[in-house]
Design a protein around this ligand. Structure first.
Ligand code: ADP
Ligand code: ZN
Length: 608
């Protein structure tokens, strides 16, 4: 039997296993069930691919999304592994051919969509074939509380019932405990060994800015830090998606919209361009994302707030799968808090669900308003403790001051009370600042005790106070859509003076160019020769990718090209030592890349 480490080197071109990979692989090769919890980019695929190749029979991989399967199979074929997929995109005759390959054991891995796997036809086929294992990818899709719920996933318990001798490996990047318990229960994985690596994504820099003018802020961020990079911009509404994509295009970026309201052809085409071209920005609603396997997404920008930290973690997690530096950048403001609170209150969900959603939103808002290290808060939510502050999130890089806001909170809350909980934030602030507007006079609110008691703070500061009071759950926003604020029970302690409050001092936004905060991939090589080499290597990769109609990163990852530039291999043997260059790729592409290296070397010698 081939040994896993040897296979890692010869087929995948990597030197050593990452944390837990080897243990999982051994366990599954020996026939055990496993539940693998690793962050995005952690290297989950190898955990089932290597055992599937080594164990006799075909490994069946259940994967929820067509694009994801396609990408994985393309990547495996590049490595010389015998892989195929069956889903609705495969024609009848192709499917027949693949089914035969499956029956006769001519495949190492077969990817199938859950709905197809559950058909009587496919179950019968599996009974006849020889199987090495079942891998259930994106296992959190069984969770009814989760945002990726897929009903067919629940029925996957039949794998265990009908094929008790075939090892199962379930994998997910979703971290929270309730989901974990649901997976184990629904899929009958009580006896599976759990392998968890922790969920930190050290290469992602988490940052947040107060929303002022979102378009200009976004453009500034892109110009300063990602002038040529591919990335995703998430917006809350379809309209905002369209506007933002248009605005970015007018400002010289290749930006494509993606949301559920677009024609499916256009959606697919835009997704394909994002995967296959370099430097494309997709502006999207949350409809875009799961199954985006592109490894060199250098930033994920949020112009609106996700509904939970799980969603935030998953969306930002699409950045930096290749392990190189990436930014998770978000704009956040008063309106976001209001809109999300209203969305939950107004939804048709039952009370239990609303309660769960409120709690999740509270955690999200707490994360936004924190003065502590973002990474500590984020990982803390998933039950992990990070001993030291991370040193490269925004609050670590630019510590945020806090101030004692007890008195300000009392003023703000009593102003809500004195005006009968019927007014929105602009009106309340005008009362606090003692503005004699027509409306205020009509309601005789220039005669109440809170009129003019807030002149010690500016309008912006009061906005910040109200935003934080809502985020902390002292105020709710009305359900009629006018944005009036109401007190919650929690207010009493503050109004009575039994509870003191600390507020975050919002950093003053200056519209100057901010300095690059994180070491984001060196697409700009310091040395001119290296920059030219980088561009030629990327062009070569793009040409090879286009010939085969696959994304460029499937030929070689950015990190592999970077290592080539650093090491400048001169022979096939040397090139084969670079991480990510396995035997099959060396055979297929080695000469093409060596030629480019050679040309550059001569050119440099000429120059000197
Ligand atoms: P996940 O499915 O957990 O998001 P992947 O399996 O796609 O992650 O792996 C992420 C990246 O890490 C891929 O580019 C993969 O080739 C690379 N990778 C995985 N394991 C190793 C390893 N042992 N050494 C080097 N690179 C690895
Ligand atoms: Zn930090």
């Amino acid at each position: 039997m081939t040994d896993p480490l040897h296979m890692l080197k010869s087929v995948f071109g990597f030197d050593s296993f990452r944390a837990k990979q080897e243990a999982v692989i051994q366990h599954v090769i020996n026939g055990g069930d496993a539940l693998v919890l690793m962050p995005t980019g952690g290297g989950k695929s190898l955990c089932y691919q290597i055992p599937a190749i080594i164990r006799p029979g075909v490994g069946v991989v259940i994967s929820p999304l067509i694009s994801l399967m396609q990408d994985q199979v393309d990547a495996l074929l590049q490595l010389g592994v015998r892989a195929a997929y069956l889903n609705s995109a495969v024609s009848w005759s192709e499917a027949n051919f693949i089914e035969n390959q499956f029956l006769y054991g001519e495949l190492d891995l077969l990817y199938v969509a859950p709905e197809r796997l559950l058909t009587e036809r496919f179950l019968a086929l599996m009974r006849k074939a020889s199987l090495s294992l079942f891998a259930i990818d994106e296992t959190h899709c069984v969770s009814q509380w989760g945002h990726d719920f897929r009903p067919e996933y629940i029925q996957l318990s039949i794998l265990h019932e009908q094929f008790p001798d075939i090892p199962r490996i379930a994998l997910t990047a979703t971290a929270d405990q309730p989901t974990r318990r649901e997976i184990i229960e629904k899929l009958g994985l009580r006896y599976a060994q759990i392998f968890s690596t922790g969920f930190d994504r050290p290469n992602i820099c988490y940052r947040m800015e107060l929303k002022k003018n979102s378009k200009n802020q976004l453009l500034g961020f892109l110009e300063n830090e990602h002038p040529n990079d591919a990335g995703i911009v998430y917006c809350m509404t379809r309209k905002k998606v369209e506007e933002t994509a248009k605005w970015l295009s007018e400002n010289g970026r290749l930006a494509l919209p993606y949301h559920a309201g677009l024609d499916s052809d256009i959606r697919q085409q835009n997704q394909k361009r994002f995967l296959q071209e370099e430097g494309v920005i997709v502006v999207a609603t949350i409809a875009f994302g799961m199954g985006i396997d592109k490894s060199n997404v250098r930033f994920v920008a949020h112009l609106g707030l996700p509904k939970s930290l799980e969603a935030y973690y998953q969306e930002t997690g699409r950045a930096g799968r290749d392990g190189l530096g990436a930014n998770a950048w978000m704009l956040y403001g008063y309106q976001d808090v209001v809109i999300l609170r209203q969305m939950i209150t107004n939804s048709d969900a039952n009370e239990q669900r609303k309660f769960v959603e409120q709690r999740k939103l509270n955690a999200m808002l707490g994360f936004c308003e924190t003065t502590a290290c973002r990474r500590q808060v984020l990982l803390g939510y998933f039950g992990e403790t990070l001993k030291n502050a991370c040193g490269h999130c925004d609050t670590c890089l630019n510590p945020v001051e806090s101030w004692d806001g007890t008195v300000a909170a009392q003023k703000a809350l009593s102003c809500v009370y004195r005006t009968d909980q019927r007014f929105g934030v602009h009106y309340l602030i005008d009362v606090l600042l003692g503005k004699k507007t027509e409306r205020i006079q009509n309601f005789h609110h220039d005669q109440i005790s809170t009129f003019g008691i807030g002149v010690d703070l500016s309008k912006e500061q009061w906005f910040s106070v109200y935003r934080q009071l809502i985020a902390m759950g002292f105020l709710t926003v009305d359900i009629d859509g006018y944005g009036s604020l109401q007190l919650t029970h929690a207010c009493r302690a503050v109004l009575r003076g039994d509870q003191s409050l600390k507020f975050r001092k919002d950093p003053i936004l200056v519209n100057k160019k901010t300095k690059r905060q994180t070491k984001v991939v060196s697409t700009h090589w310091k040395n001119f020769a290296d920059q030219a080499l980088w561009e030629d290597l990327r062009q070569c990769r793009l040409d090879l990718a286009h010939e085969q109609n696959v994304p460029p990163y499937i030929i070689f990852h950015d990190s592999t090209l970077e290592e080539i530039i650093r090491c400048k291999p001169g022979t096939l043997k040397e090139l084969g030592k670079i991480s990510g260059v396995g035997e099959a790729k060396l055979r297929r592409y080695g000469m093409a890349f060596l030629e480019i290296l050679e040309e550059h070397l001569i050119y440099q010698l000429d120059d000197s």
